[in-house]
Design a protein. Sequence first.
Length: 534
Amino acid sequence: MDGKVARIRTRELREAMETALGARKPIAIIVDEAHHLAAAASGSRLQSQLNHLKHFENATGVSHILVGTYEMRPLRKVNAQLACRSVDVHFPRSDATNDKDAQVFQSVVWALQRQLPVEKEPPLVDHWEFLYARSIGCIGWLKMHLTQGYSRQQFSVFSWSTAMSVNGNGSLAREWASILEGLTKRSDLHFLTLQWWVGDLPSHKLLREKPAWCPTCYAEWKNQEMPIYELLLWILQTVTICMKHLCKLEEYCPGCKRRQSFIRFQAALDQCARCNTWLGSPVPAFSSPNPKSIEWQRWAISALEELRCAMVSSALPPWEQFFMNLSMSCEGRGEQSRLAELAGLARGQLATWLRRSHTPTLQSLLEFCYVCNVTPLQILKGDLARLKWVIAQGKPYRSPRARRPFRSVDREHCLGRIQAILDGKEEPLGYVQLAQQLGHSGQVLLSHFPQECAWLSKQIKEYRRHRKEQRLAQVQEEVRQATLALHAQGAYPSQNKVADLLSDPNLLFQSEAKATWRALCRELGWDRERTSAL
């Protein structure tokens, strides 16, 4: 019965197909990926499928165009009748030795480079020979390589720019957490986002621009053979000190003095993504923070932990409730101005908070609560006793934190470091990098030592220029050696073969490296026609 029903359905479908083709009268039916017919069937089944196509053409007069790869060749050998009624149309790949094909391939590269969604159009046509070698002249492969390359580039840009938002409290963090929970079959990954710390607080100045870490924590975990990871607290701009070791969080590699990316591709988390320098250290690079900074950081971290525990155990009220309760605490005449003065806020700043015309950052809220000896959670829940007590007393529980804490400059120590760099006793540094090592801003160092900073800038520019020339000379020499090695073997030193012998095939993308390769090819007697062919 099942077989009979199946046959009836097959006949009905065939008749419906014939009726549709007769009514619509198409010129032809194009079957893409037709090589799957040969892969899905063999012998009598394959012949039966092709007979069905022949029947449709006889009954309706509509031709069928089968489009596919070279795997379609078995279809030509099924029977002689089908071979006589078929016409093969071959679309060969581009041939770089043919001038016309080379021009067509370059025009395709030009068309694709104009479609790439980038701000500045890349000069891909200048590297068409390299693209031809990697795609063997097939446009489909070329498009796939460009798409994948663009995706990797975009992911690289993302990992160095906005990837910190993956752990934030916005839509990107929620989307990533949801996808990863689905892939890993875990239901607790959303706790790794700041949504469970600060709720719906706006993300302005909430996250760091680049990762920070505690070198002593890294060293301790490595010695204990524990996994290396970054604490979620470390991505908050407010947190600047590791409370376990009472040392400042680092943001710059001790080797190359550069920041790190949030997502690493090859380097481990405790290694620099640029120079592979170990980021851990048993001894902190900077001196211990002052007691006031330690007290502030301990209170801020405790307040944040209180918010997280409240969010996990029940639910954190919306931050709109914070400002409503804050407004209720200073309803008396003059109390709003008095509270703003006690908290060290600018005139009218507190009023903009309460009117909701401006939303303060997390650090501003924590500093306000720190001065008034009240936690953000207490204000969110309407526990305003401490805040009203501070307003009634007319003096803050703690002094307002200085926006730009004054730090004296040890001129003798700074001048000694500058002189050591200028004399070549230390590796050259720009004055901004040196200021960061000394715990100052670049502007502070520039204001105290303007002439010395100018010398440092001149020295670092010369040093970087010299390093660039050294790297370029090394690349050119590597290209020369690879080209000569192929020439000694009697093989044509094409870009493809030379690139395979280099430590990094992408080095041949550099204009100087390509110029070296071309000049050496001419010197060795390879003509231009063969030089352009791969």
